[in-house]
Design a protein around this ligand. Sequence first.
Ligand code: GTP
Ligand code: MG
Length: 474
Amino acid sequence: MDLARLTDSLTRRIEDTVQEVGERLFDPVIRLGVTGLSRAGKTVFITSLVANLLDRGRMPQLRAAAEGRVLAAYLQPQPDHSVPRFAFEEHLAALLAPEPRWPESTRSISTLRLSLRLRPAGLISSLTGPKTVHLDITDYPGEWLLDLPLMAQSFEDWSVATLVAARTPGRAEHAAAWLAAVEATDPGAPLDEAAARALAAAFTGYLAASRRAGMSSVAPGRFLMPGDLEGSPALTFSPLPRPTPNPSGSLWRAFEKRYDAYRRVVVEPFFRNHFARLDRQVVLIDALGAIHDGPRAVEDLRGAMADILTAFRPGANSWLAPILGRRIDRILFAATKADYLHHSQHPQLAAITEALVADARARAQFRGAETRAMAIASLRATVEQTVTREGAAIDVVRGRALDGGEEIALYPGALPDDPAALLAPARQGAGLWQDAAYRVARFAPPRLHLAPGDGPPHIRLDRAAEFLIGDRLP
Ligand SMILES: Nc1nc2c(ncn2[C@@H]2O[C@H](COP(=O)(O)OP(=O)(O)OP(=O)(O)O)[C@@H](O)[C@H]2O)c(=O)[nH]1
Ligand SMILES: [Mg+2]
């Protein structure tokens, strides 16, 4: 490298640093955690939220926007030099294409910084002039969230819990091959790498089948979504019963080491780097999807969310406590995909979502954090309609089917007013809903023609944004 270029790149680096330091010192940053299991709707939420903050025509409930105080909104080229940028433009283009497509399952982590230039409200404005606020958002595969509870579990405890869960109805049928492989293994015998790989593969097969059946608890997260760890020995382990005796060099001890390495090398950095210092959190929950999959899926979702949210409890365990939950002062529990329901049923959906996380909230005691539950759709794919069947008026939603693209009307079933009508049988281990059937047909994204100044259509995304960041916009 010649001297001129070297100096040039040095200067640029210094400018970068100065700019970063300047931003950090003077401009407030809101770090929004978007938390949700796989397919909960994180990527669509981030894409639509950002698009609707850039073009605010559909954000009347975001006060700063309604009052015309947002002077400019723009995306930073590369917010974090160590993490890829969230592919906002690609995701939005796919949703706005003539044949619109939902995003693929997220395979790795990415991040985005949106900057808002604001005219402060009221008296301050005449004194200070415009202010800039940055909004940092990270996207990641939902599977990885399931690793959070592992941090508080030893290999032995995790093995016992996972083996017990695998024998329960709803899971046992998917676990047969893996459990047979565990039975046939002597965990006290010396490590045999080929046998280890076969066990790990059988375990992964069980996790994949459970997920296809609508189950949420399918940790460790990297087994189903390895990211850059595809084929890595760090993923070659499986729960095993502890043998006695348990000599050093046993398969069990080897798996224990790998489990601990997985937590130390994979899980801890992910949470340390990306959940640290969050200010606000939105927890996206696909409650409708679970209801559709049946009582066992609902109970499994409840359990998974409880395990995850409990890890945010201050003091829950040694290393997470200083990292998580301390500063988060607002948490929104959002039922996603509310556009599957006529709005007359949105209150029931919000109530069910609130009840789903009630235990976790009580246990986690998000000290001082203000929480709220809402039914939202990041991207509205349907329109509402009232049809008459056999003399009775029925509220349906209409949209394009994901398979085939033809117009369909959907009546997903009536959600009960009392969430316990769903959650109690789920808790008691019911296999099917007693008096109701819930249907969900997957909708394709709508074909959109956005007017200038408008973001994509949504349901209550502006209210969600107001709750999550509104008070931080000067
Ligand atoms: N109708 C409707 N469907 C939605 C909406 N948001 C998400 N979906 C559906 O949910 C699917 C998953 O959404 P994503 O945003 O990709 O979910 P994710 O949480 O990023 O999932 P992972 O990347 O696998 O962790 C989409 O493919 C859509 O089918 C919405 O607002 N309305
Ligand atoms: Mg995603």
